[in-house]
Ligand binder design. Structure first.
Ligand SMILES: Cc1cc2nc3c(=O)[nH]c(=O)nc-3n(C[C@H](O)[C@H](O)[C@H](O)COP(=O)(O)OP(=O)(O)OC[C@H]3O[C@@H](n4cnc5c(N)ncnc54)[C@H](O)[C@@H]3O)c2cc1C
Length: 282
């Protein structure tokens, strides 16, 4: 839709252009959310898709994913399309969560080609499955501040609640770093929705690192991603105790599922995920 209040669109080419962010201004990435509803509080958009950031950069001890990486690029990377040869899905089994999380979104391939990883993370919706996958893979958000100082935020601490993040005014999410241990991890994925093509009611993702450390991450069912950490793939009783310790106010309530239903189905999905992590360990 047209955004009638916008007076200026800045095409950002270098970091200095990002100083034009601030009061009444917003980062424009794919725009799939920004152009979907009125943004009456905004007069300026700063387009970061023109910054020329490579979608992926393999670094010695992991992988850096640009905020402007599209969901199509992200999903394709799981098949090795963007990361070069040989196909890295085999070398980095953890990347299987990339495409699985994109498929959990209630969005078409048209949206995939435009929407960005950073937009999904910064929108901070409970149904932000790409956000959830990057949390499940123990991502670290690299944030550019307006004063030129960078900071890193563990992605599990990035979302404060639906639509709220730890970003301060004028800050831009530059990239997400995934450690090598997560890329080498075995993963498991489960999703449930009230309707076959409905918005996710609960998404549970598991990760088992090469040293056995494991994590079960819950999203869509909770107001923000919840990570349960274990020294080894959890037994059913260990998992039940950890699920029982989740703050009861975190279970999300909207037309896609009641908090009680979400808590119940999350328990079932989490048991399946933990079972798969244990199988991988044997
Ligand atoms: C049909 C349809 C279905 C959808 N389904 C889902 C769904 O199931 N789950 C879901 O989570 N979303 C869904 N969305 C919402 C949205 O499309 C996705 O979350 C998408 O990933 C947002 O990315 P974008 O690049 O288009 O973000 P934009 O619309 O460009 O931006 C989204 C928000 O994030 C901010 N932002 C973007 N990038 C940065 C950055 N690098 N640094 C700081 N701030 C930034 C923007 O200022 C804006 O506030 C859907 C949208 C549509 C149209």
């Amino acid at each position: 839709m047209d955004l009638d209040t916008i007076r200026e669109v800045v095409i950002a080419r270098e970091r200095a252009d990002l100083t034009l962010l601030g009061e009444s201004a917003a980062v424009l990435a794919g725009g799939t959310f920004l152009f979907s509803e009125p943004q009456d509080q905004l007069v300026r958009l700063v387009d970061i898709t023109t910054m020329g950031w490579p979608a992926f950069e393999a670094v010695d001890d992991g992988l850096e994913i640009a905020a402007t990486c599209t969901l199509a690029e992200f999903a394709g990377a799981a098949q090795g399309h963007e990361l070069g040869e040989p196909v890295l899905r085999d070398q980095w089994p953890g990347t299987a969560l990339f495409a699985q999380s994109c498929r959990a979104l209630l969005a078409s391939h048209k949206i995939w080609r435009t929407a960005t990883v950073g937009g999904n993370v910064c929108l901070a919706l409970p149904a932000g499955a790409v956000l959830g996958a990057l949390v499940a893979l123990d991502g670290l958000a690299l944030v550019w501040a307006a004063d030129g100082v960078d900071r890193g935020i563990p992605l599990r601490d990035f979302v404060l609640g639906p639509g709220y993040t730890a970003l301060r005014p004028g800050e831009v999410l530059r990239s997400i770093y995934l450690p090598r241990s997560s890329l080498l991890a075995h993963t498991s994925f489960r999703k449930i929705a009230l309707a076959p093509l409905g918005r996710s009611g609960a998404v549970v993702m598991g990760r088992r690192d090469p040293d056995g450390r494991s994590a079960v991450t819950i999203t869509a069912a909770t107001t923000k991603p919840v990570v349960l950490d274990f020294a080894a793939p959890p037994s059913d009783p260990e998992l039940r105790d950890a699920l029982g310790a989740i703050d009861p106010t975190l279970w999300f309530d909207d037309p896609h599922g009641s908090p009680e239903w979400r808590r119940h189905v999350t328990g079932l999905l989490a048991r399946e995920v933990a079972g798969e992590l244990r199988e991988r360990a044997s």
